[in-house]
Design a protein around this ligand. Sequence first.
Ligand code: NDP
Length: 296
Amino acid sequence: MVAQVIDGKAFAAKVRAQVADQVAKLKEENGITPGLAVVLVGEDPASQVYVRSKGKMTVEVGMNSYEHKLDADTSEEDLLALIEKLNNDPAVNGILVQLPLPKHLNEDLVINSIDPAKDVDGFHISNVGLLGTGQKSMVPCTPLGCLMMLRDHHGSLSGMDAVVIGRSNIVGKPMAQLLLGDSCTVTIAHSRTKDLPDVVRRADIVVAAVGRPEMVPGDWIKEGATVIDVGINRIERDGKNKLVGDVDYASAAERAGAITPVPGGVGPMTIACLLANTLTAACRANGLPEPEGLTA
Ligand code: NDP
């Protein structure tokens, strides 16, 4: 079997176009322009790139982008004061604090100071609890993007066996909750899992979120399974820098029914879902119906 490639780049463009349509409608019918505030503390080069591209795409879909760049030695008090200001600003529907934060700042404290209704990253403890109890929440962007691609490919996921490799708060755990919410039978694997190859071989859906280059070989994949590769790993091969996932793409593509490539799979969906979450937050804040197909 040669796997169908799930084109995350094209899918993300479709999601952004949907968001842009809905934003235009919100402006026209309700006079509302959703706004996303991104807070960057310090000068981490990767974070600067992410923040720039988030700002650019926010504007492209017709929303307002507010960037707050703070010095690396910003005090916790000043950062919390900025978040409080954004919490109270009606023009701001979504607040994202770019992680990681410099060491002297308490990430949990900072994230949990964001108004949960504006927590478009879905990391606030209230949103984690709401997702865990199957209630309406803000869902972390990367797992939401994976869920959208799986729903698009399969329609219903009900009754499928899913394995999520990785149990981080950002990807693994919320991914497992979302799959459970869609009635999959979910196994969460991690570094202490026994017989990982056998666990993976049972799965109709494999989501790999580990951060180890090509650790899942093709012979772990059940014939016809759907493989979602969240991993982003930079390696050097044949003297060149390359981006690879957590799955060995070439061998997995020979057995899987469908697979996301790296790059061009899950990655582009993350920002698209951030924009979708900001739109959802704006609709909720104004008592309007949520955008269809853009929430969990
Ligand atoms: P973390 O490092 O927080 O979590 C990694 C998880 O993998 C842990 O739960 C760990 O288990 C597990 N793990 C480590 N080694 C093994 C092993 N040998 N076998 C099984 N499980 C193992 O990573 P993240 O969840 O933040 O990210 C995972 C990957 O996804 C990274 O490559 C990251 O770059 C990428 N990523 C991509 C995004 C995108 O937009 N596409 C967004 C976010 C992340 P344990 O808990 O036992 O230590």
